[in-house]
Design a protein around this ligand. Sequence first.
Ligand code: R5P
Length: 310
Amino acid sequence: MKILTGNSNKLLSEKISKHLKTKLVNNNIKKFADSEIYVEINENIRGNSIFIIQSISSPANDNLMELLLCIDALKRSSAKNITAVIPYFGYARQDRKVVPRTSISAKLVSNLITKAGADRVVTVDLHAGQIQGFFDIPVDNLFATPIFARHIKKRIKNKNLICVAPDVGGVERTRALARKLDIGLSIIDKRRPAPGKSQVMSVVGNVGGKTCIIVDDIIDSGGTIVNAADALIKRGAKEVHVYITHGVLSGEAVKKIKKSKIKKLIITDSINNYDKLKNSTNIEVLSISNLLAEAIKRISNSTSVSDLFK
Ligand code: R5P
């Protein structure tokens, strides 16, 4: 078994390889003057099971293309089998036609990954679990919930807690965490009047006097979470802590979070935010390297991955 990394999140790949006590495959990814991507593998990988680690994060198009070219290079180098480990599966939010005459990018990206030659996909907190069905190869969708639950138990001492789903799409994920912590659940009715804008219509459940734990898969502009925190505090919540798997953090998101009513935002390192977070005070990063390393180990040994979440 060997591990290869793309350029999207080398820091995470290095941590994973350290957990697995293995070196990253010697490869070379560069760009031609016209911005086309070039991939070269500098060691023999014939007959090896290869795990390629690459998030489809910003710059999403370059990172996606890198992933596809790496898979293609591996296939043409006679790898025995190829697992695409995609800590952040970008393009997943366009998973159906919300209005007529739009594309379904999640399906197209799934087709591209399969067509390039991947035999299996490992990812973390897919935007919608159903995206697994867009693939005709095995997909392991891992969850950050156990990592979040451990952090909450250790760091938040207040016992009057409630888990909050920031929109209806996040209820299943939030319920899973609420069950792990054995606490109640509240749901925010969020509307999107225009792409990139969000509005809280109402909050289902009583949050008065409670410490709220908002859970979501993605924080992008930060609008959803900042508005949700405002609405919860307005309804009498004591504090708002936020746990989000993928820190997309576009534009002014980090500044917005700093100025918001959010006590602490916890994200994972599925996306490399090292530079963006240098001056942030209320954002903490938890690593999923151990989770991914364990999943890779289990896939290589043909043992159960789902047992990781029991
Ligand atoms: C939407 O369904 C997702 O789960 C996130 O809530 C959304 O992508 C967050 O976007 P933003 O931070 O821009 O409001």
